[in-house]
Design a protein around this ligand. Structure first.
Ligand SMILES: CC(C)(COP(=O)(O)OP(=O)(O)OC[C@H]1O[C@@H](n2cnc3c(N)ncnc32)[C@H](O)[C@@H]1OP(=O)(O)O)[C@@H](O)C(=O)NCCC(=O)NCCS
Length: 138
């Protein structure tokens, strides 16, 4: 059975490690160190973002970072623990989050190489909406 709860400051170490795994899994080019990720997570937790942890048998199996803005819900991060994937945790966790969002529109960014995330969000009813363009400094 899965439970959803708000993260607290004591969760920072585990959230920071999960955040680093998420970055690796997405093949993101974010070079941030564990220290920097921890600081960012702390900023999020004490600022405009909300963080939820999904637990199974008292262990964290997923987390979400999100905030509400004028366009609805912006899901900044969503992660299911390695070794627990493809068992329905992502789908069930998003269903719990969406209940708490009470029908507000939800948007998120998926990096183009991340076909798994794209397939997952399509499977739970999301559709492609926009394409973000970027130019790096020379
Ligand atoms: C993407 C992610 C959240 C999916 O979580 P999950 O718990 O494995 O997903 P579920 O088991 O609930 O899958 C639900 C459906 O999504 C689709 N799906 C999930 N993983 C998939 C994959 N690797 N390939 C194709 N389809 C997939 C399937 O339709 C699946 O249903 P099925 O298993 O009955 O076929 C997880 O792989 C993850 O955390 N990845 C790393 C972090 C990440 O990329 N996050 C998203 C950033 S935008």
């Amino acid at each position: 059975v899965l439970t959803l709860r708000p993260a607290v400051m004591d969760d920072l170490p585990v959230l920071t490690v999960l955040n680093q795994q998420l970055i690796e899994d997405q093949h993101h080019d974010n070079p941030a160190s564990l220290t920097e990720l921890g600081r960012r997570m702390r900023r999020w937790l004490s600022g405009a973002y909300r963080i939820n942890i999904v637990e199974s048998g008292g262990l964290p199996v997923a987390y979400a970072v999100w905030r509400e803005d004028e366009d609805g819900i912006h899901l900044r991060q969503f992660y299911v623990a390695r070794g627990r994937r493809r068992t329905g945790i992502g789908r069930a966790s998003m269903a719990m989050l969406e209940r708490s969002w009470q029908g507000r529109p939800v948007r998120l960014e998926v990096l183009l190489p991340n076909e798994r995330a794209r397939a997952f969000f399509h499977a739970i009813g999301f559709r492609d909406h926009s394409l973000v363009l970027r130019r790096d400094p020379d």
